[in-house]
Design a protein. Structure first.
Length: 259
């Protein structure tokens, strides 16, 4: 059988094979131009060869690393528990409270009266509203948030009165929208800013009291975001403290036991 006969009998098959071979060549060319798979394959082979030459990680090393991870998790849980802000029970709406808004209004009024009267006895001026708005909140989340803010204000004002400052010029509670915008991950915070005027000894005692209050069992933990001091014009020996603190809300982790 000569080539002519072979072509006539198997022409269709030969064309299919030739087309497939041509398509394979074209595809290979396209892949080579757009994706350097040969270089990637060589790199992967080199990496696997290098890894094969590395010494194997022993069980002792794995166990040591697992112990380190467990210790770090325990330390993280301990720090979270210490730093988590737990407001005084007086500033938590009781379960089953029929009117949370009235509860907040009553707590605000009682705290306001107690702090302003205590400050007046020491000839210390305190903002009458304690940084809160005239209108009481209505939504449950905002009521809870404002009660936490009121707890923070009371803690700092009590420290300021005890330290013997001259006056608390202003108190500013962070807006809820700003706090939500900054929150992320497992933690959120509520910030309160104070402008406080007093002598050096009083300012020093105040900052120490705020920082160490939780360790002494005299209040919840407050994170100090900023503490700037500058002299007061026209008042010799007086300093103005720009103090920003935050009540941290930290989610409990799986390895943390919470009451």
């Amino acid at each position: 059988m000569d080539l002519a006969d072979l072509w006539q009998q198997h022409k269709k098959f030969i064309l299919i094979v030739a087309g497939a071979f041509l398509l394979l060549l074209i595809g290979r060319g396209v892949l080579s131009s757009q994706y350097d798979y040969e270089a990637r394959a060589a790199t992967a082979y080199k990496t696997s060869t290098t890894m094969a030459k590395q010494p194997k990680v022993t069980d002792d090393v794995v166990r040591a690393l697992q112990d380190d991870v467990a210790s770090l998790k325990a330390r993280c849980a301990e720090l979270a528990k210490t730093m988590r802000h737990r407001p005084d029970e007086a500033f938590v709406v009781p379960p089953g409270e029929p009117n949370p808004r009235a509860f907040f209004f009553r707590r605000h009024r009682e705290t306001q009266k107690a702090l302003t009267e205590a400050a007046e006895r020491q000839d210390i001026r305190v903002p009458e509203q304690l940084g809160l708005k005239d209108m009481a909140p209505t939504e449950p989340d905002e009521i809870r948030r404002q009660l936490v803010a009121l707890d923070v204000v009371q803690q700092v004002v009590v420290e300021a009165i005890g330290a013997g400052v001259r006056r608390i010029a202003s108190i500013q509670i962070e807006d809820a929208a700003k706090g939500r915008g900054r929150a992320g991950g497992f933690m959120s915070d509520l910030g309160v800013r104070f402008d406080i005027v007093g002598g050096e000894k009083a300012i020093r005692a105040l900052v120490t009291g705020v920082v160490d209050g939780a360790a002494r069992g005299q209040g919840a933990y407050l994170a100090v975001d900023q503490a700037r001091i500058k002299p007061v014009k026209g008042e010799i020996g007086m300093l103005q403290l720009d103090l920003s603190v935050s009540a941290l809300e930290i989610e409990a982790g799986s390895d943390e036991e919470t009451p």
